[in-house]
Design a protein around this ligand. Structure first.
Ligand SMILES: [Zn+2]
Length: 194
């Protein structure tokens, strides 16, 4: 989706010298970046403008978050797209939706080891933080109940890892359902099909 707008030559700007950035070619497209960061244990985020051009070098965060400096945030205009890695195939988080609203993104994307999760800005705009928070709380509860249900239904004990898989699956599905009620369509695609 990267358009060759010709104005990006040389390395991508690295705004905070103390922060870690991924050393990639300045023309790295969203798709290429997602293939590079898929399966990472830490979180890496890339920001692209409305024409698909990267705004600054992809930033390396910790396991569960990447923080942007005020200088970086100032560069992000409404309509930008952020993609980032998730260590597990877990859907977009409350924080991800919060960032989408705060920055008025066109699209927020997350790449897990095997799946890609994405949501585009609804026509009416991103829902309020309060509504999104309630949606996630409902989803946590729904996932818990689903795991309890499956444990009751199972004739033999369920291992902790299996239980975690059940939870993640139920959680991903519950988030999709709750966000749909707020007008946000959360898309999930297999890594190989997009
Ligand atoms: Zn995320």
């Amino acid at each position: 989706m990267l358009k060759d707008s010709g104005h990006k030559v040389g390395p991508l700007p690295q705004i905070d010298a103390s922060a870690k950035y991924l050393d990639v070619a300045p023309t790295t497209s969203l798709q290429d970046l997602e293939n590079m960061i898929r399966g990472r244990g830490d979180e890496v985020a890339g920001v692209f403008d409305r024409d698909g051009a990267p705004l600054f070098a992809p930033k390396i965060g910790r396991t569960h978050d990447v923080t942007f400096s005020p200088e970086e945030i100032a560069l992000i205009e409404p309509g930008a797209t952020i993609t980032h890695s998730h260590a597990k195939d877990v859907t977009l988080s409350l924080a991800d939706l919060g960032a989408a609203k705060q920055l008025d993104l066109q699209e927020i994307r997350a790449v897990g080891p095997h799946r890609t999760f994405s949501a585009r800005r609804p026509r009416s705009g991103w829902p309020t933080d309060r509504k999104v928070k309630t949606a996630f709380e409902t989803a946590y509860l729904a996932a818990d109940l689903e795991v309890q249900r499956r444990k009751r239904m199972s004739s033999k004990p369920i291992s902790a890892s299996k239980e975690e898989d059940f939870y993640d699956e139920a959680y991903n599905q519950a988030v999709v359902e709750e966000l749909r009620k707020l007008g946000v369509r959360l898309k999930e695609t297999d890594a190989n099909s997009d």
